[in-house]
Design a protein around this ligand. Structure first.
Ligand code: ATP
Ligand code: MG
Length: 253
């Protein structure tokens, strides 16, 4: 059975960092992982230390062009198998995980047909893995597009701000309203310090959020970021890595 975990939250709260640290932790446990960068502003590959450029968005554009082009020479072109082979070509096989980058949003025109094909292809693809980790963009539009149908655990990352927590609360409400196929929703507070820790626990309690972890503001992350070292290489004893390990265990790994 595949477990699908999506990470969302307000912009800049640390969604990509949390995704990368979770992928790191799960890969150390020997899980077979599909990492999905579902943010149009692709950051996950760099954070993981992978300089891939191929995206599903590009594959979709290419297929869309094929579909709209008259093909008297090959009217029986099997569009699904073309898109499938394009998607499988894009998957980057890295040590410890595979990576799929969704990439740019679609251009104008109707992509319903291509998106339907893509949904079917991705549904089958995810079944090849034990865990799928999705670095989703801020906002909830991607849930209505539902390229990935079922999510077991939705992690809403918030920073140590009231606004971040409010966003988490809104996401809770929206998920309820949309009736999406989401199993459980958790909140992770990120960039926590000793001076705000207690307040944040109280705030989460007041808003009835299911706080699953509190990742400290970690100077190691800041240092790695500025030096351009992928976060995937963070040492085991870094405070943020230790807390993410606990979160991963709470999620059942
Ligand atoms: N626990 C932490 N300690 C210190 N710095 C952190 C921590 N978590 C994230 N950061 C830093 O905060 C910045 C934003 O993090 P990140 O890019 O992961 O956020 P994001 O939510 O994915 O942003 P976006 O909305 O742009 O996708 C980065 O510079 C990252 O290195
Ligand atoms: Mg990001």
């Amino acid at each position: 059975m595949t477990k699908t975990i999506a990470i969302t939250g307000k912009g800049g709260t640390g969604k990509t960092a949390v995704s990368a640290l979770m992928i790191r932790s799960l890969s150390k446990k020997g899980k077979s992982i599909l990492a999905v960068d579902a943010d149009a502003d692709t950051n996950l590959p760099e954070t993981l230390g992978c300089d891939t450029v191929k995206t599903v968005g590009d594959a979709k554009e290419a297929l869309q062009a094929e579909i709209t082009k008259p093909r008297p020479d090959n009217p029986d072109m099997n569009k699904e198998s073309i898109l499938k082979s394009k998607v499988y070509e894009i998957i980057e096989e890295m040590p410890g995980y595979d990576l799929l980058v969704m990439g740019r949003p679609e251009g104008s025109g109707c992509y319903c047909y291509v998106n339907n094909l893509l949904r079917g292809i991705i549904d089958k693809l995810v079944m090849n893995y034990e865990v799928v980790i999705i670095d989703a963009e801020a906002g909830l539009e991607h849930f209505s597009r539902k390229i990935i149908r079922d999510i077991d655990d939705l992690i809403v990352v918030t920073d140590a701000s009231r606004r971040g927590f409010r966003t988490a609360e809104r996401i809770h409400e929206l998920v309820d309203e949309l009736g999406s196929n989401i199993g459980r929703i958790h909140v992770v507070a990120n960039k926590v310090t000793e001076s705000n820790r207690e307040e944040l626990v109280k705030l989460a309690g007041d808003l009835k959020l299911n706080l699953i972890g509190m990742i400290p503001l970690d100077h190691k992350i800041e240092e790695m970021d500025i030096k351009g070292v992928p976060l995937f290489e963070i040492p085991d004893d870094a405070a943020a890595a230790i807390e993410v390990e606990k979160i991963v265990q709470k999620l059942g790994f």
